[in-house]
Design a protein around this ligand. Structure first.
Ligand code: HEC
Length: 120
């Protein structure tokens, strides 16, 4: 007969495993994603203004291309390198079907957004 403590340990380990296996990372909490305060601010900006057209954690194409691994790629879909300058320019001025966010985002929002995009 297993001890109650052992049962509890096994159950919480299973729960943890289940949580970390949950494939849809967009449902993870900021803590599960290990986001800093600034990155979690940026995540809010992303969820408000970007997530309708871009997936962050899956390769699913919405209106815009998925932004998984954005800052770790050699190039963005356009072929431009994923530097903060280029990403900021696309976000602030828009590109093709993507609207400009110049009049919507404060500089601090943009900084937080960039910090979050680096975690993808
Ligand atoms: C209405 C839909 C829409 C919204 C909202 C939107 N985008 Fe886009 N985004 C697009 C489309 C479409 C493209 C492809 C543009 C092209 O290359 O013609 C794109 C391209 C991009 C690219 C790739 C640029 C490149 O050089 O290839 C980045 C990065 C990006 N978006 C980031 C964002 C961020 C960050 C936000 C939120 C602030 C955002 N987008 C909001 C539709 C959108």
């Amino acid at each position: 007969m297993a001890k109650p403590g052992a049962v509890l340990a096994i159950c919480s380990a299973a729960a943890l495993l289940l949580a970390s296996c949950q494939s849809d990372k967009s449902r993870w909490t900021d803590a599960q994603l290990h986001l800093t305060a600034e990155q979690s601010e940026g995540r809010k900006v992303f969820d408000t203004y970007c997530s309708s057209c871009h997936s962050a954690y899956t390769s699913k194409k919405l209106t815009g291309p998925p932004l998984t691994n954005l800052c770790h790629r050699r190039a963005m879909p356009s072929g431009m390198p994923p530097t903060d300058e280029r990403i900021s320019a696309v976000v602030m001025r828009g590109r093709g079907m993507m609207p400009a966010f110049e009049s919507v985002l404060e500089p601090s929002d943009l900084q937080a957004l960039l910090a979050y995009l680096h975690t993808l």
